[in-house]
Design a protein around this ligand. Sequence first.
Ligand code: ADP
Ligand code: MG
Ligand code: MG
Length: 208
Amino acid sequence: MTDSKTVLKVISAVSTKIKEKEDYLTELDKPIGDSDHGINMARGFTAVDAKLPLLEDKDIGTILKTVGMTLVSTVGGASGPLYGTAFMRAGMAVGSKTEISTDDFLNLMDAAAAGVKQRGHAEPEDATMLDAIIPALDAMKKAAEAGKTPKEMLTLGTAAAKKGAAHTAGLVAKKGRASYLGERGIGHIDPGAASFALMVEAATETIV
Ligand code: ADP
Ligand code: MG
Ligand code: MG
């Protein structure tokens, strides 16, 4: 499906997208959080950008683990350890490969989702990033089973992540700062679900 060089391109595209949407993500965090999700994520990916030149000839596991460690140490906020764990677990799952198949990709996404779940103890419908991650993963697995191309699979994953993020507006948050609001949080999209959808979208736009 893809190789180390393309993975670096995807990370760079994710970073660009997150920085482009920094204000949007921070706005989403305003009514139900502490108005910093975009700021946190942009800070993390700016630090990731600085690491990319050092990763030019590294394997995919090393690339993903480095991204994860960088996010953990720079993002701050709940999303740092969660996305950090996701990338680190993905990197551990893929190991020293320099090329991966669609199956490898789905495996690393599974490991990432399991890491977020384990770290944050959230369940589906708790109005967190998991409500974008899980539907995206399910849609991509179905697409792969149906024999879709990687680009088609990611396109379907993006649509599912966006739908999942939109769906969080109807949920009462059970985890994170938004949970302090209870019913008053209804009507607002979860910022972390929105940032995940942007990441899959950036990957989709990069993969040919
Ligand atoms: P903070 O809430 O510490 O300011 P951010 O604003 O950067 O951190 O990130 C908030 C996002 O983190 C939420 O929108 C949600 O998607 C995610 N999140 C928070 N707690 C959890 C959790 N326990 N499990 C999964 N995701 C969570
Ligand atoms: Mg916040
Ligand atoms: Mg915060």
